[in-house]
Structure formats: C-alpha cells, structure tokens
Design a protein around this ligand. Structure first.
Ligand SMILES: [Zn+2]
Length: 134
C-alpha cells in the first residue's frame, strides 16, 4: 500500500492508526484538516481511532515531515500533507474554510522587499483573513 511506503520512508513504523490517518489525509477532498476533522471523518468511515490517538499521530507526522501544521488565528490548528509544493493561504473568518493560492507577483515582491532590507528570504507564510463578499 502507498501509505505503508510513505510511513517507512518517513522513518515511522507501520501501525493501523497511522495508516488510517494517512489514508484519510491522502483521500479527503479537504487538504487542510484539524485533528477533530480527521477524528470525525474516521468515525464516519466506521474506523475506531480515538481523538487522543489522532492528535498523537498527527504530531508524529509533523515531526517526521509528512504534514505541516498551520496555526491560523481564531481556529484549531490544521494539518496538511507536505506534498503540495509552496502556496499561501486565505482563511474565511466566518466559516474557517481554507483556500490555497499562489501568486508569482507576490512571491517576487516579497523577495525584493527582503533584499531591500539587506536580507535573503529563507521562508515565508502568508495568510489572508477573508470574508465572502455579500
Ligand atoms: Zn495549504
């Protein structure tokens, strides 16, 4: 199974909860899920994995570099698989929905601004807090 290989490559032993949670992240239509989201989705799929286990496994995944954790303002931490490549996020302040975007112009300007300050860009994390237009 794909998930077993992914776990081994990340240096993690293959256990049932780890496989189930990784499968959930791989197959979900939502790329950004809180521990509660994962827990609920597993329950709905009839999988018996406790919330404490979900937290622990997600933290292990994070340490192993399989997922990144985002601590967006005003919500639970959400996790996403690290296979997506660089992108930035918008978070809806009403629903908590997370939208991904990538803008070459913004990327370029950020590097320029950093350079103007005498630095080079190591990493960045841009989050726009948004609301649906009425
Ligand atoms: Zn993302």
């Amino acid at each position: 199974m794909v998930e077993n290989n992914e776990l081994r490559k990340a240096g993690l032993k293959v256990t049932l909860p780890r496989v189930k949670i990784l499968q959930m992240l791989d197959n979900s239509e939502h790329r950004h899920m809180s521990a509660e989201d994962v827990y609920k989705a597993l329950m709905e799929a009839g999988e018996d994995v406790g919330l404490a286990t979900v937290y622990r496994v997600l933290t292990q995944f994070e340490a192993a570099g399989l997922v990144v954790r985002h601590n967006f303002d005003g919500g639970h931490a959400v996790f996403e698989l690290t296979d997506g490549g660089h992108h930035d996020h918008m978070v809806c302040v009403d629903t908590g929905e997370v939208i991904e975007f990538m803008d070459a112009e913004i990327e370029r300007r950020q590097k320029e601004i950093v350079r103007e300050h005498g630095f080079e860009l190591v990493d960045h994390n841009l989050v726009l807090y948004v609301r649906k237009k009425m």
